[in-house]
Structure formats: C-alpha cells, structure tokens
Design a protein around this ligand. Structure first.
Ligand SMILES: Cc1cc2nc3c(=O)[nH]c(=O)nc-3n(C[C@H](O)[C@H](O)[C@H](O)COP(=O)(O)OP(=O)(O)OC[C@H]3O[C@@H](n4cnc5c(N)ncnc54)[C@H](O)[C@@H]3O)c2cc1C
Length: 444
C-alpha cells in the first residue's frame, strides 16, 4: 500500500499544480516545508493552509465530467445481489428512503473522530464507513490506532481549531504546563523529529492527569517567538492575545477497511479509498500523509471500480434485510442523546489501561441497549439514530482492539503496558462473527 501511494502521489500533485490549485510556491514550484517526524521538508500547503483549495478543484472536475453530486443523504446499508456482489446502497434523507443501484461502489466516507467528545473533525465524521463495511462482511485493521492532534484551541466558546504547532515551536513558541514549564523540554523533545503528534499529545495528557494541566490542556505562548521570525508565520496562529489555552482533540483514524492498493475489498464490486481505509499509516500517521493517501490511492480505486463496472453488471440488489434493519432501528422512544463520545474520550483516548477499557466496554454495552430502546417517527430522526449506531460500532471496534493490544505503539498508549513489544508487530483484524465481533492478529 505504501509503495503504491508513494509511486502515485507525485503525479497526482503535479496534476493539481498544472490545473492551477493555489499552492504556496517557492522558486516556481510548490513550497515544501518540514513537519514533525518527517526526514525531509516534504509538506506542501495551499495558500490558505486548508484543504478547501483541493476540494473545490475536485468538485469542479467532477461536475465538468457530468457527475451528479447528491447532498443531504446518508447511506444506511450497502446492498448486494444474490451472488454476494455489491450492487448499490440504501440511503435515508429527511424526505425518505432511496435505493441506488450501482455496477460498482466506492466507500469514501472518511474517518470516525467525532466518536470522541473533543474532535477537530466536521460534524458527521462518526465512522459510518467502518460500520457499513463491517455489516457487509469486510474486515477492518488497526482500529486501536486513533490519532489525537496535540495542539488544538481550547478557549471557551471557540471551536477546537488545529494549530500548526510544529512550525510555531520551532520558531520559539512555548507550550507550558500550569507551573510554567515548557512541556517539550520536560519530555526531552528536541527538534522537529521528536515532536510527533502521538508523543506530544501523550505528554500533554500526562501533565493534565498529574495535575499540571491548564484547563484540561496546556498554554501555548507565541509571544516568545523572536520578532524577526514571527512575521513570516503570523498566519499560523488564531486571533487573540498570543497566549492560548490548547488541548489535544481526536483527529484521524489510522485503522479502517482492509483494501488492496487498488481499493478492492473482500466483497466483489465494493471498493474503498481515503481515511476509511486502514493499514497505510501503521500506528502513527505523519502530517500530510492523509491527503497524499486519499489522492494517490483514491485514483487507483476509481480506476479499478470503473474497470469492474465495465466488466459486467451485478444482479438486482436485495433490500429486504436492510429495510427490516432500518424499521427495527426506528422502533422505540425518541429523544435520547448518545453518550459514546464522552465514554471514548474518558476511557479510550490518549492513554488507555485494561480497567478503563473494560469499563468502556460495559458502558458501550449499556449504550447499545439504550439505542435499541430508542426510536423516531421521522426520517431526520432516523439519520440521527444511524449516526449513533455508527459511533457505537466504531467505539466498540476501537475499544476491543485497544484492549487486545497489550503494548504501547505509536498512537496506542497503554499505561499498564508502556513499552513496545516486538511480538505485537502485526495488525489486529476485526471481522463480523455470527454473534460477536471477532478480533485476531492478521498474520503474513
Ligand atoms: C482540521 C483538519 C485538518 C487537516 N489537515 C490535513 C492536512 O493538512 N494534510 C493532510 O494530509 N490531512 C489533513 N487532514 C486529514 C484529511 O483532511 C482527512 O483524512 C481527509 O480529508 C479524509 O478524506 P476522505 O475523502 O477519506 O473523507 P472526507 O473528506 O471526510 O469525506 C467523507 C465524505 O463522506 C460523507 N459521508 C460519510 N458517511 C456517509 C454516509 N453514511 N452516507 C453518505 N455520505 C457519507 C461525508 O459527509 C463526507 O462528505 C486534516 C483533517 C482535519 C479534520
């Protein structure tokens, strides 16, 4: 997967560049910068540092090719024909249900960071794709590896905005605990190489749990950046006094659906691309590699899905089970809010231990019972219940995998097993069993 991604990504970036995506430039080429953990300056950014420039480009391209974009719908189930080939999807909108027939389906539903109470992801990123794939019989890997971005704004009433901390700390900013000590110094982090998201996030978490936190996080002080360096990077910090309360927030799922480098899953006709796919980043993704993966392997998945669709049409999709399932979900009393995000934040976030994970599983079980007693009388409510279900399922996958992996590795830190253990150097795979979730090491 890594080889496929690295071979394709340069061509993808060249295409974006030639098509006029608004990159930060230097010397007539996209500007490359260092980021924490990288061995070379290889991060590229758009001029406003956001992904919107790329998204706008892709939407424009899709519309120009005659692709119909549908908003306001949520896919509730993947549908198969009698042979077991993926043949479409059942979706819900506020107006009702729709069935989409398709010769090939690509799952590109993003991650599940909103299954955590504190997250920088957009609303709705609750892991739908993990649940959809699981229910269709596709295995998943690495679900215990969840990335927390270490430095997000934690000011009351403000969104948990991501702050490009590595460039700021490099330039002379300080990240302090409540006693005014610089956290990177306390943990022996010297230079960009050591300031990876997992290490810094876990250091902040430890300061908070040992009573030296600032409002559940730390204090980022950018007033210590020398004036000569501040001007060039002033776009990297939010408006304010220059001293910000910051804290980690859930950012990215390294785990996900098992797919080939061309996006094929175990279910014929079903492909996957982007954050929903697991395995490319191992235990700890480096900055910039999410979009690199999404574009490089996304194109591969698109090409393979198109070839598969040209190869033959699936039969009529069966809808009986999916409709029955939705009906079951809607039955019950309306009006309950899911507790999954707070359970996951408290027990399954930056530092885990056996007791906490067992407690989380018991609480998630309770949530499952509460969900099956909840219901709705309209389609908007049904969309909300689906969200609760996907969050619950993603939460269970992460918690069970985290409990099984008795070591610490990358973003998965176990206080009761603090060292990396070479015998655990294999991914954990999740499959849907007859009754329960099955988790086993994936060998070979
Ligand atoms: C604040 C922030 C900054 C980031 N910055 C960077 C960066 O600089 N570089 C980098 O490499 N990565 C970055 N990332 C990570 C990267 O943006 C994501 O991993 C990437 O956008 C995922 O792309 P995707 O296409 O897989 O999913 P998404 O872009 O999340 O798209 C998924 C789409 O599927 C839709 N969807 C989900 N479920 C359903 C359903 N059931 N039915 C119908 N539709 C559904 C969603 O509404 C959404 O439109 C950042 C992430 C965040 C949150």
């Amino acid at each position: 997967m890594v080889e496929a991604m690295t071979q394709r990504v340069v061509d993808e970036m060249r295409l974006f560049w030639e098509e006029g995506v608004d990159f930060l430039e230097s010397g007539g080429k996209p500007h490359t910068r260092w980021a924490a953990g990288h061995s070379k300056p290889r991060m590229i950014n758009t001029r406003n540092s956001s992904g919107a420039g790329f998204t706008r480009f892709l939407v424009r391209k899709a519309l120009a090719k005659g692709v119909t974009l549908l908003g306001g719908i949520t896919v509730a189930s993947l549908l198969k024909d009698a042979s077991g080939r993926c043949a479409g999807a059942l979706a819900v909108s506020a107006e009702g249900l729709s069935i989409y027939q398709a010769s090939a389906v690509i799952l590109a539903t993003g991650g599940g960071a909103r299954a955590y109470a504190r997250s920088d992801n957009p609303r709705g990123a609750v892991g739908d794709g993990y649940g959809l794939a699981y229910q269709a019989g596709v295995p998943l890997v690495d679900m215990e590896f969840v990335q927390f971005y270490p430095v997000c704004l934690a000011e009351p009433g403000r969104a948990p905005l991501v702050i490009i901390y590595d460039a700021l700390l490099e330039a002379g900013a300080r990240l302090e605990n409540s006693e005014g000590q610089n956290i990177p110094d306390l943990y022996g982090m010297e230079g960009l190489g050591s300031l990876t998201r997992d290490a810094l996030g876990q250091a902040i978490w430890r300061e908070v749990s040992e009573g030296r936190g600032v409002n559940g996080g730390a204090l980022l002080d950018i007033t210590t950046i020398p004036a000569g360096r501040a001007g060039r990077i002033s776009h990297l910090w939010p408006k304010g006094t220059g001293r910000y309360k910051v804290a980690p927030a859930c950012h990215f799922f390294m785990g996900g659906v098992v797919a080939s480098p061309s996006g094929e899953t175990e279910v014929p006709g079903l492909f996957a691309a982007g954050e929903v796919v697991g395995g490319v980043h191992g235990a700890n993704r480096l900055a910039g590699n999410a979009l690199a993966e999404a574009w490089a392997l996304g194109r591969a998945a698109g090409e393979a899905a198109a070839a598969s669709a040209m190869d033959g049409c699936p039969g009529k999709p069966g809808t009986g089970e999916a409709l029955e399932d939705l009906h079951g979900l809607a039955l019950g009393k309306p009006g309950r809010r899911s507790q999954v995000p707070s359970i996951m934040w408290e027990h399954v976030s930056l530092e885990r231990c056996r007791d906490g994970l067992i407690k989380a599983l018991a609480l998630l079980d309770h949530e499952a019972e509460a969900l099956s007693a909840s219901g709705t009388q309209d389609f908007a409510g049904l969309m909300g219940l689906l969200e609760d279900r996907w969050m619950l399922l993603a939460g269970e996958m992460v918690t069970r995998s985290a409990l099984a992996r008795e070591e610490s590795r990358g973003a998965h830190s176990r206080s009761d097993h603090p060292a990396e253990d070479p015998s655990w150097r294999c991914p954990l795979e999740i499959r849907r069993g007859v009754k329960d979730m099955r988790i086993e090491p994936r060998l070979g």
